[in-house]
Ligand binder design. Structure first.
Ligand SMILES: *[C@@H]1O[C@H](CO)[C@@H](O)[C@H](O)[C@H]1NC(C)=O
Ligand SMILES: *[C@@H]1O[C@H](CO)[C@@H](O)[C@H](O)[C@H]1NC(C)=O
Ligand SMILES: *[C@@H]1O[C@H](CO)[C@@H](O)[C@H](O)[C@H]1NC(C)=O
Length: 341
């Protein structure tokens, strides 16, 4: 590229590439589309994602919950834009709730992206792949299928600390506080709050995240939680103590028996506005599945304050502009840029 070869030192080279990258890769923007969005440009997409998730779950069944958690953490702060996948200082992974984002699950989505881009070119965003992989993990664990809106662009930057702080804490004890947090993201029905909490049907967590409940030791279950944690402080606790690996309504059956692990889980059965929904889901798996599918579709279109603006990342872990610079600096060649153009 003429610009690069005519520029002087390394500093100038980097600057030149920043300019070119910005000129040639403007932020894209588009309305969301239905499930067939990629069918012309990447007909293999769904089968690549499904077979990859299937193989991964066979190795590690807990990845389903990890993907769900990552998806929630991605969508809640500023919409489903794969911002949570960005690595480095100042990213969401370096902020408070990071400990629950599992590296192997993040890597799984990046591995699928590499396969998809190898087959179809860089036509599918990390955000779309993350949504599809999460959906397939739910189905493969026994849960309902649902339509995943496609055509989300990947963010150019991580969400702000303020946006990430909007994620509800597992120690939240009041349904009204949880409901306010969900409402702000377009999840306005109490049934959304109760159904999405049902993702805990395949979840696990570390002792520090339910210390507030365990330390109260105000019922037999919290005493057992406390005893297990003091015997093995690094153990992982199943969030659904009825059927931990199966995506079903066991979580709600446990709640009806006061066997919710998080304070925010117990809040759902203690509050008189949400308790009837919990009981309904405990009685009917179909009712839970129908609402979960509806609520996941809503979560998948959670508001993006700046609109659906961004890019199709060439690595889920870094924005294309930074990747281009890193590659140029590493290789001292212009190949890096060519690969990301
Ligand atoms: C998460 O971030 C906190 C600081 O906010 C840090 O102390 C901790 O080591 C991080 N955890 C992981 C797993 O990166
Ligand atoms: C879910 O349904 C879609 C059609 O809406 C289908 O393409 C996909 O294969 C289904 N997923 C699974 C894992 O069965
Ligand atoms: C506590 O640990 C025992 C032994 O591993 C296990 O059977 C039990 O289910 C655990 N209790 C809870 C509440 O998970």
């Amino acid at each position: 590229m003429a610009m690069a070869s005519s520029s002087g030192g390394a500093g100038a080279l980097v600057l030149a590439f920043v300019t070119v990258a910005v000129l040639l890769s403007p932020a894209l923007s588009a309305p969301l589309d239905g499930a067939g969005f990629h069918s012309a440009t990447c007909p293999q997409l769904e089968s690549i994602v499904l077979s990859s998730v299937q193989a991964a779950l066979q190795r590690e069944v807990a990845l389903a919950a990890r993907l769900l958690r990552i998806f929630f953490h991605d969508c809640f702060p500023q919409g489903c834009d794969a911002s949570v996948y960005l690595k480095g200082s100042g990213t969401e992974q370096a902020m408070g709730p990071n400990t629950t984002l599992q590296p192997r699950a993040l890597q799984l989505v990046e591995d699928i992206r590499a396969k998809v881009h190898a087959a179809c070119g860089a036509t599918v965003s990390c955000a779309d792949i993350s949504a599809l992989a999460t959906r397939d993990a739910v189905v493969l664990s026994g849960g309902p299928n649902y339509t995943v809106p496609q055509g989300q662009f990947d963010s150019l930057a991580p969400a702000s600390q303020n946006a990430v702080n909007a994620l509800p804490s597992p120690a939240t004890s009041s349904v009204s506080a949880l409901a306010r947090a969900f409402s702000a993201k377009g999840l306005r029905d109490l049934a959304d709050l109760v159904a999405l909490s049902g993702a805990h049907t395949v979840g696990r967590t570390g002792c520090p995240f339910f210390r507030d409940r365990a330390q109260r030791m105000d019922d037999a279950f919290s005493r057992r939680l406390a005893a297990n944690c003091s015997a093995a402080p690094t153990r992982l606790q199943n969030l659904d103590v009825v059927t931990p690996d199966l995506f079903d309504n066991g979580y709600y059956k446990a709640l009806v028996n006061s066997q919710g692990v998080f304070t925010s889980d117990m809040a759902l059965i203690k509050d008189r506005t949400t308790a009837p929904i919990v009981r309904q889901f405990a009685q009917s798996k179909d009712a839970f599945f129908a609402q979960f599918a509806k609520s996941m579709a809503k979560l998948a279109t959670a508001p993006r304050p700046g609109g659906n603006v961004g890019e199709i990342r060439r690595s889920c872990f870094s924005p294309n502009a930074r990747r281009a610079i890193d590659t140029v600096v590493d290789a001292g060649e212009e190949e890096g840029f060519a690969a990301s153009a």
